[in-house]
Design a protein around this ligand. Structure first.
Ligand SMILES: [Mn+2]
Length: 309
């Protein structure tokens, strides 16, 4: 069904979510490589204006466009939990490839496996099941997604399957050193400065089980850091022995506030974010609220505190 839909299409748009991470973009790049073997037209679309420059090592990074093409007849989304994440209105048949627990099966065809640690894990299974050869570029792209979503293999969800997959992808040509260098060794001075400010201002609640961060436009201006660089401190907060949930609110220039929640898995981040229209994974989820809507934020914090008790 999925393959015949792809076979029948002439111009396929691969869509990554807004502000794509290595899993979304890696998945799309692997698929891009695969589709180039045929005679189809392929577009790599991202609604965000700028994409994290630390992902420029991925093949086809320079092909990303924020202009939705005319004349396409099929869309495939990668790592998008809901239609909103696509950031485009096009009403074409859509193949939804994802692993988010909160995925609402918005595609015409849905290839969703919430047991997969990354979208690229389920893509690997898809390629293997369909005898699609994985070349070096594809292996690198899939590996980057695996590395990102497993938090560089530090996630408690790393099973033997994850390590077997890492093994297979490296055998197929993924370069671990290149991925680690680009994804974890190219931090900007601005992001280190921001980290210092945010850790200093971190508030602890619920007997130290909940860490709260607030990122304002002032923080970003003071440090020169970008929004991408903010979320790393959430993971650091979870390294504290008492912290089981870390929440960050990021003031966005367009007047909305983005909320990111990371937990140790004992609190379901996805279901808490779903209360205000967001979603994600058990240990990592997000939502967006209006800046004026402080009550929603208070409700979220109260709910987390309740679940931490
Ligand atoms: Mn993912």
């Amino acid at each position: 069904m999925l393959l015949s839909q792809i076979d029948a299409a002439n111009h396929i748009v691969l869509i990554v979510h807004q502000n794509p991470d290595a899993d979304s973009l890696g998945g799309a790049c692997a698929f891009y490589s695969h589709l180039l073997r045929g005679d189809k037209k392929v577009t790599l679309f991202c609604a965000s204006k700028g994409v994290d420059p630390n992902l420029a090592f991925l093949p086809w990074f320079d092909k990303i466009t924020d202009r939705f093409p005319q004349g396409a007849d099929l869309m495939i989304s990668f790592d998008c939990a809901n239609r909103d994440r696509l950031g485009c209105e096009a009403s074409l048949p859509l193949i939804n490839i994802d692993h988010h627990r909160s995925n609402d099966l918005f595609g015409t065809i849905n290839l969703v496996n919430t047991a997969a640690i990354s979208t690229t894990e389920l893509l690997y299974d898809f390629f293997i099941a369909n005898d699609i050869k994985i070349n070096g570029k594809m292996a690198l792209s899939l590996y980057a997604g695996l590395l990102d979503d497993s938090k560089c293999f530090s996630s408690a969800a790393c099973s033997s399957k994850v390590f077997a997959l890492a093994h297979d992808l490296i055998k197929l040509g993924a370069d671990h050193a290149v991925c680690v260098e680009w994804m974890y060794r190219r931090r900007s001075l601005a992001s280190l400065r921001l980290r210092a400010i945010l850790l200093k201002e971190m508030q602890l609640h619920a007997d130290g089980a909940l860490a709260l961060f607030e990122v304002t436009t002032r923080h970003l201006e003071q440090s020169g850091a970008t929004l991408y660089e903010c979320k790393q401190v959430l993971e650091e907060a979870l390294e504290l022995a008492t912290v089981r949930a870390a929440l960050m609110q990021i003031e966005h220039p367009q007047g909305e506030v983005r909320i990111s929640l990371q937990t140790d898995g004992t609190v379901d981040a996805s279901s808490i974010m779903a209360l205000s229209g967001g979603g994600g994974h058990i240990n990592r989820a997000g939502t967006r609220i209006e800046r004026s809507d402080k009550t929603v934020l208070d409700e979220i914090i109260q709910r987390i505190k309740k679940e931490l008790m």
